[in-house]
Design a protein around this ligand. Structure first.
Ligand SMILES: Cc1cc2nc3c(=O)[nH]c(=O)nc-3n(C[C@H](O)[C@H](O)[C@H](O)COP(=O)(O)OP(=O)(O)OC[C@H]3O[C@@H](n4cnc5c(N)ncnc54)[C@H](O)[C@@H]3O)c2cc1C
Ligand code: SF4
Length: 527
């Protein structure tokens, strides 16, 4: 084998995992080859275009996967230098101490990790320095002990979010500033890389001010002459020695050519799904079920965040530009009336009419969406999945991924927020309802045009309706996992107590959280 193709270390993937490792190993002087299937995100105006990102899905892979029923699934993931961190929301949390222990959820048990939070604490501290995290210790009631302050001060709230934060605090909650990896200098704006724009969460940063794995890790690593990056280098399989214990070859497809590399150490950091797929694809005589898979566990226990976006549409406008600064963890491990974990509440980047149009029925008037977006507080609700062995990544005969997800033990059922025809009867929200739930509900065939004024009136009427406890809460996203769907369909919640039994953990969690949010948002917005 030629020396040119043998390295000390090969790192496959340049995301949070591979990028951070490359940065850390680069000063060692070892010969390091980084293999990345994608290219650099092109720097272009579309980086910050809501239409290009949210409607046209310009940067998502065009790969087609399959869901559990064998139907085509468009994964909303990105193959670029920096991996998914190019598009992430840059909320950089540590896990909580209790997250490492066995936790009982409504839908089952999350087993203990083999390591503890204390084992990882020094690495969290280093990662926070590397990714220039901006935050404020001591605010988040679930925060684990830390040996360091955040390296940079928290990103401030804009007035509407500050007011909401104060209102939450007055109600007895303990809102806090989201720890963020954006390179914002609020004391000296002229020297700040970050310009605090409205296209951050889900967008690549055109001015390279987001702490992503390309900017913070791969670019500096490549300053070292011992580090080489090959882009457009898709790793198709790994060879092993006759004993089956060492990786002897890394097969790469690049520019339509087959290439083969080797290294003393090979790191598979292609993301949760692609790493499993690569190990499964590399099956050989010694490892007929894939590498490292004599247990049959590779690809199983796949866990995603269970995400929903909840729009609280309020009479009070929300002109916030960068909204993702506020979070609430008071229900993270449960509440007085619900003993199981309910997850984390924060914000997505400010939704606009274009982003909403991606999930709205085709005839929804643009001004309706615009008005909604201008009045909405766009909450991000995240709870955790359970490690179910049947939630798994497998490959079909052609090598395509299949993701099998079970709707149990913590999954959000579609019925949680679904709308029945009676829910809004008399609530004065006819025009909204007809426009927006048409696709989901065959009884609503008309897409009525409506005036902006009427919509605001509807919202006000809606607030005083007994069925809808306060402002209108709209579920925008049925993202079981941010890998799969970002902005899904728009639905209206019933606002009534949800009557379906038995509740899955997440149904219950969403129910409690949306009610909690309702309760807290309402008094403020009635002011
Ligand atoms: C829109 C969005 C918002 C998010 N917001 C947040 C947030 O606010 N906070 C947070 O903590 N997390 C967030 N995440 C999640 C976070 O981005 C991921 O958890 C993280 O990037 C995972 O890192 P990784 O290294 O495991 O994988 P990835 O970042 O996915 O990197 C894997 C890399 O491997 C490459 N690759 C894959 N297969 C191959 C192959 N066969 N050969 C060669 N290369 C390959 C890919 O192209 C990619 O570059 C968000 C994700 C998305 C999509
Ligand atoms: S808010 Fe800052 S980091 Fe985020 S995209 Fe805008 S300029 Fe970049």
């Amino acid at each position: 084998m030629s020396n040119d193709t043998h390295y000390d270390v090969i790192i496959i993937g340049t995301g949070a995992g591979g990028g951070t490792l490359a940065y850390t190993l680069a000063p060692s002087g070892k010969r390091i080859l980084i293999l990345e299937r994608g290219n650099y995100v092109p720097r272009e105006k579309e980086n910050w275009s809501s239409r290009a990102v949210n409607v046209e899905a310009r940067y998502h892979t065009k790969e087609l996967w399959k869901d559990k029923d064998g139907k085509a699934l468009h994964p909303h993931i990105n193959y670029y230098v920096g991996g998914n961190t190019k598009f992430y929301g840059a909320a950089l949390f540590r896990l909580r101490e209790r997250d490492f222990t066995e936790i009982r959820h409504h839908g089952g048990v999350s087993p203990a990790w083999p390591i503890s939070y204390q084992d990882l604490e020094p690495y969290y501290a280093r990662a926070e320095r590397l990714y220039e995290v901006h935050g404020q210790r001591g605010e988040d009631p679930t925060e684990p002990p830390a040996t360091n302050e955040y390296p940079f001060p928290a990103v401030s709230h804009e007035p509407r979010i500050q007011a909401l934060s104060e209102h939450f605090a007055n109600q007895g909650l303990r809102p806090f500033h989201v720890p963020l990896g954006i390179r914002l200098n609020e004391t000296n704006p002229d020297s700040s890389r970050c310009i605090r724009c409205n296209t951050c969460d889900g967008f690549a940063c055109l001015v390279h001010a987001k702490s992503d794995a390309q900017v913070m890790c791969i670019d500096p690593a490549l300053q070292h002459p011992n580090v080489t990056l090959l882009t457009g280098a898709y790793v198709s399989r790994l060879d092993t020695s006759a004993s089956g214990r060492e990786i002897t070859g890394v097969h790469v497809q690049r520019n339509g050519q087959a290439e083969r590399y080797s290294a003393d150490v090979v790191v598979v950091s292609c993301g949760a799904i692609n790493s499993a797929a690569l190990l499964l694809r590399s099956a050989n005589d010694k490892h007929p079920h894939g590498l490292g898979n004599c247990s049959g566990v590779v690809g199983r226990h796949y866990m995603g965040h269970i995400n929903s976006v909840l729009m609280a549409v309020s009479k009070c406008p929300n002109p916030t530009v960068f909204q993702k600064t506020l979070a609430v963890n008071d229900f993270y491990f449960g509440s007085n009336d619900f003993e199981f974990p309910m997850g984390h509440i924060s914000f997505v980047g400010k939704l606009d009419a274009v982003a909403l149009s991606a999930g709205a029925p085709p005839l929804t008037p643009g001004f309706t969406l615009d008005l909604m977006a201008k009045h909405s507080l766009d909450f991000w609700l995240t709870s955790e999945d359970l490690p179910d062995p049947e939630n798994r990544v497998t490959l079909d005969r052609e090598g395509r991924f299949r993701i099998t997800e079970q709707e149990k033990g913590g999954r959000t059922g579609d019925d949680v927020f679904s709308c029945s025809s009676n829910d809004f009867a008399g609530a004065g929200v006819e025009p909204f309802r007809d426009c927006l739930v048409k696709r989901r509900s065959p009884t609503y065939h008309r897409a009525k045009a409506t005036s902006s004024r009427q919509i605001v009136d509807d919202l006000v009427a809606c607030r005083s309706c007994a069925l809808v406890k306060s402002d209108l809460l709209i579920r925008v996203d049925d993202a079981h996992n941010s890998n799969f769907s970002r902005i899904g369909h728009i639905e209206f919640p019933s606002g009534k107590p949800f009557v379906k039994e038995p509740y899955s953990a997440c149904e219950r969690a969403c129910r409690s959280r949306s009610h909690n949010l309702c309760d807290f948002v309402r008094p403020y917005d009635l002011e």
